[in-house]
Design a protein around this ligand. Structure first.
Ligand code: 0L1
Length: 254
C-alpha cells in the first residue's frame, strides 16, 4: 500500500540528515501525479517548520540536462526562503549529500499568475531578471532517479544565489553563459538552451501552476532551468556564473 505522506517524510528526513536513500517510485509504484502530491507534502513539512515558499523552479528545460540525467520531460518544484543564499556567500557543503551547481536565469514576477500565459503576455508579468546559480542535491543514492522519483524529491532543489536584478529582458533569449570554478571555465553555453528562450519557462511555469489549481503570487521567483549540464561541488571552490547582459553571481564552498 502507498502512503504518500510517509514517502514525503522519508525524503524530507533524507534532506535534513544529508543521508541518501534508495529510489522510491518503483518500490511504492507511485505515478507522476502522485509524485507531485509527495512533493507538496514534503513542502508542507518545511512550511510547518517555519520555511516559506518564495517561488518555483523548472527542471529539464535544456537538452544538456535531459541527456545528463536520462529523462525527457519538463518538471517543476518549489523554492523556499531557506534555500536562498546571499550573493557571494560562503556555503557549507556538509548539509548536502552530493551537491551540484548549474547556471540559471531567474525571474521575479510583478503580478499574480493564475492562468496559463502566452509568450507575448509573459513579459508583462515580470518585474526583473537576474543571473542565478542553483545548487541541486538529489536525496537518492548516486544521484540516480526516475522522473517520478525526482519530482517527489522536489526536483533536487537545495540552494540558490541570485545576482543583481535588472529589467534587461531584451537580450535574454540568446545570452552567453559562463560557469567558472576557481577561475577555470567548466561550462559555456547560451540561455537559448533553456527551451529556446528562458521566457518560455515563465509560460511553462504559468501552465503547470494553473494545472495544479494554484496561484503564483506577485513577487515570486521563477528559476527557468539550467543552461548547461550540472557540475559537482567540492569544498574550497569559488563558483562564478556570468550571463551576458545580466551580470554575475558567485559563492564559495567550504
Ligand atoms: O535545471 C534543471 O534542469 C534542474 C533539474 C533538477 C533535477 C536534477 O538534475 O537533479
Amino acid at each position: 500500500m502507498k502512503d504518500l505522506d510517509a514517502i514525503a517524510a522519508q525524503l524530507d528526513d533524507a534532506a535534513r540528515q544529508a543521508t541518501p536513500i534508495a529510489q522510491l517510485a518503483e518500490k511504492h509504484a507511485f505515478s507522476l501525479d502522485e509524485a507531485y502530491v509527495v512533493q507538496r507534502a514534503s513542502i508542507e513539512r518545511r512550511i510547518h517548520r517555519g520555511e516559506s515558499t518564495v517561488g518555483v523552479k523548472l527542471g529539464f528545460t535544456s537538452r544538456a540536462k535531459m541527456i545528463q540525467m536520462g529523462v525527457d520531460s519538463l518538471i517543476w518544484g518549489w523554492l523556499t526562503d531557506a534555500m536562498l543564499e546571499e550573493d557571494g556567500a560562503r556555503v557549507a557543503l556538509d548539509r548536502f549529500i552530493h551537491p551540484r551547481v548549474e547556471p540559471e536565469v531567474c525571474f521575479l514576477t510583478s503580478r499574480d499568475i493564475d492562468r496559463p500565459l502566452t509568450l507575448l503576455e509573459s513579459a508583462r508579468y515580470l518585474e526583473a531578471v537576474a543571473p542565478a546559480l542553483e545548487i541541486i542535491d538529489s536525496r537518492y543514492r548516486d544521484f540516480r532517479f526516475s522522473l517520478e522519483d525526482v519530482v517527489a524529491d522536489n526536483c533536487s532543489s537545495a540552494g540558490l544565489t541570485l545576482g543583481p536584478w535588472t529589467r534587461n529582458f531584451d537580450d535574454i533569449g540568446n545570452a552567453g553563459v559562463l560557469l567558472r570554478m576557481n577561475g577555470r571555465l567548466v561550462q559555456a553555453g547560451s540561455t537559448a538552451a533553456i527551451l529556446g528562450d528562458p521566457l518560455r519557462s515563465v509560460v511553462q511555469a504559468s501552465r503547470l501552476v494553473a494545472l495544479s489549481g494554484l496561484v503564483l503570487p506577485a513577487g515570486s521567483l521563477i528559476m527557468a532551468g539550467a543552461a548547461t549540464a550540472a557540475h559537482p561541488l567540492a569544498p574550497d571552490t569559488h563558483v562564478h556564473c556570468t550571463i551576458n547582459g545580466l551580470g554575475s553571481t558567485e559563492f564559495t564552498t567550504h
